[in-house]
Design a protein around this ligand. Structure first.
Ligand code: NOJ
Length: 590
């Protein structure tokens, strides 16, 4: 049993460094499981590797790149949706949950991928989209015609009839800023509800048949051998049955058609959603009949407030997900943030997590501007140090290990409907195309992504210099990432206590220590000036010399350099992992 509990030991040392023992982990008898030790690596399949020259990444491309991922040292891949889809939302609009989309390959290709990755010791997770299907799914087409049992598989409502004519049943809005979340269907003579695009009708989880149908989809893929799922948009699963209007948020930047115009208290995180999550966990756990069976994993996507998010972990009597994604580095941290804000992001997860549950850290995905663009390309190594060396699982979005930036996509090139919906004046804020641009493998045609005439999205113009192959040759983000992957295996990182220090307005530090294993200190300068810090102010028992274990590309230091504990110089955006160990017994030949 791993017991985790929180301890708020607040100390102000003599020079007023803020220091806090924020988290203690105790591992008694059981080993940590694969989903706790291994890194989960998100592959946006469409942009990863194209093997049939159509400009679109495919399953055979993922299979082809297994050696890269094995060498990177990650534990599992999570594939963005690969199922049959008309691609209005690039696979998050599924028209057949048991088929592979022709853009990506065939079921046989999938089986080969699964086998290849399993032989390489890497788990494979799928993206399960439970909230909605495509409007072209057979179930929806039959629901429109009221053919049982599909009649109530979706959320249908009668119109409100006013003097001006027919109106939607209430004021609920669509996430993609297109106004009402209700779409009129002439044939059925009713509105259907869609949290996302018009082409993504919401399922009705108050239909027991639908609930069972979706569990059978899970069983289909679990029987095929997948190791688990990322569950999409789970917080949107249920809406309040009495359809009350949502209150206005008062957000001055949102117009009446914008999603943020309302406060979504009746369309997100409803009590029945947590019960459904518990039922899914039971389906998933039923595949682990004995200790020898591999754990099948369950991750929840939800952009919800911290208290609502934590409930997706479940409790001791009703288990929920292994973890809901921790998006707080995406939501609450930006290029203005200082050390205190970084401390707050760390603390918001670790002080709110239910006892005995396992943390996780997400810094990027296919829905958000890349970490290098959101913060600063020079801060990528430092943020990776924080993400990978805090207690918990690391989730990496493909190519973030290279620290690449978003690709600028003009309005005339934009294809993400979330961008198209808001028009040419505002698309840059909402389009997700920039972070979905193809993976830069090398400096050849189309960055080695495709040898076809045109990739589905433009490649990043910096690909000739910033690509995977190039980064194997010199001190690079990729190399730092790999060093951190190795370092994660050490006992202090896996099992150790966490102490967080605010060393100056812009420098955050934290230490990980476990029994008599070497202790590690991470120091990161979030500011734009050179900073000097004295780690003795944080812990006066430290030796006067520390060794550099990992250094950011911009730090001016390399692994093995020695630094004076009372005078650590950090260039702007530079970061270091330092250790008290003076010998090399824990070094991994970096
Ligand atoms: C979250 C997914 O990550 C996003 O890409 C998608 O558009 C929505 N859910 C709707 O499925």
């Amino acid at each position: 049993m791993i017991r985790i509990f929180l301890y708020f030991g607040l100390t102000l040392t003599q020079n007023f460094v803020y220091s806090e023992n924020i988290y203690r982990t105790y591992n008694s008898t059981n080993e940590l499981d694969w989903w706790q030790t291994g890194i989960i690596y998100q592959i946006y399949v469409r942009s990863f590797k194209d093997t049939n020259s159509d400009g679109i990444g495919d399953l055979n491309g993922v299979t082809q790149k297994v050696d890269y991922l094995k060498d990177l040292g990650i534990g599992a891949i999570w594939l963005s949706p690969i199922f049959e889809s008309p691609q209005y939302d690039f696979g998050y609009d599924i028209s057949n949950y048991r088929q592979i989309d022709k853009d990506y390959g065939t079921l046989a290709d999938f089986d080969r991928l699964l086998d290849t990755y399993h032989k390489a010791g890497i788990k494979v997770l799928l993206d399960f989209v439970p909230n909605h299907s495509s409007h072209l799914h057979e179930w929806f087409l039959k629901s429109v015609k009221r053919i049982p049992p599909f009649t109530d598989y979706y959320v249908w409502e009668d119109p409100v009839i006013t003097k001006e004519g027919r109106k939607p049943p209430n004021n609920w809005l669509s996430v993609f800023n297109s106004g009402t979340a209700w779409e009129w269907n002439e044939e059925r003579n009713q509105y259907y509800f869609h949290q996302f695009l018009v082409e993504q009708p919401d399922f009705n989880y108050r239909s027991p048949m639908l609930v069972e149908e979706m569990k059978n989809v899970l069983r289909f893929w679990l029987d095929r051998g997948v190791d688990g799922f990322r569950f999409d948009a789970v917080n949107a699963l249920f809406e309040r049955a009495d359809l009350v209007d949502e209150p206005e948020s008062g957000d001055p930047e949102s117009g009446p058609k914008d999603y943020d115009f309302l406060n979504h208290i009746y369309t997100l995180d409803q009590p029945e959603t947590y019960e459904m999550v518990h039922q899914w966990r039971e389906v998933i756990d039923s595949y682990k009949k004995s200790e020898n069976d591999t754990t099948r994993m369950f991750m929840v996507e939800c952009y919800s407030p911290v208290d609502k998010t934590m409930q997706y972990y479940g409790n001791d009597t009703a288990l929920g997900a292994h973890f809901p994604f921790n998006f707080f580095f995406i939501k609450d941290f930006n290029r203005q943030s200082d050390a205190k804000q970084m401390r707050n992001v760390i603390a918001s997860w670790l002080t709110n997590i239910p006892s005995g549950k396992w943390p996780n850290w997400v810094i990027g995905n296919h829905d958000n501007s890349r970490i290098a663009s959101r913060l600063d390309p020079m801060l990528v190594d430092g943020v990776h140090m924080v993400q990978m060396l805090l207690p918990g699982t690391t989730v990496t979005y493909n190519a973030d290990e290279l620290g690449i930036e978003d690709t600028y996509i003009r309005w005339d090139q934009t294809i993400d409907n979330a961008g198209l919906n808001v028009g040419p004046r505002r698309y840059e804020k909402f389009s997700r195309d920039p972070e979905r641009s193809p993976f830069p493998w090398d400096d050849s045609l189309n960055a080695g992504f495709s040898d076809g005439p045109k990739p589905w999205l433009p490649i990043n113009p910096k690909f000739w210099r910033e690509n995977m192959k190039q980064q194997t040759k010199y001190k690079s983000h990729l190399r730092t990432y790999k060093q951190l992957v190795s370092l994660r295996k050490s006992p202090a990182i896996m099992y150790g206590d966490l102490n967080v220090f605010i060393l100056s307005k812009w420098v955050l530090g934290f230490s990980r220590s476990y029994l008599d294993h070497p202790t590690y200190f991470v120091v990161i300068n979030l500011g734009s000036e050179t900073e000097r810090v004295n780690l003795l102010n944080a812990r006066y028992t430290l030796p006067h010399i520390l060794k550099v274990k990992v250094s950011s590309v911009n730090s001016g230091l390399v692994t093995g350099n020695l630094v004076r504990t009372e005078n650590i110089i950090l260039r702007p955006k530079a970061a270091l992992v330092l250790t008290t160990s003076r010998n090399n017994e824990d070094a991994d030949n970096f």
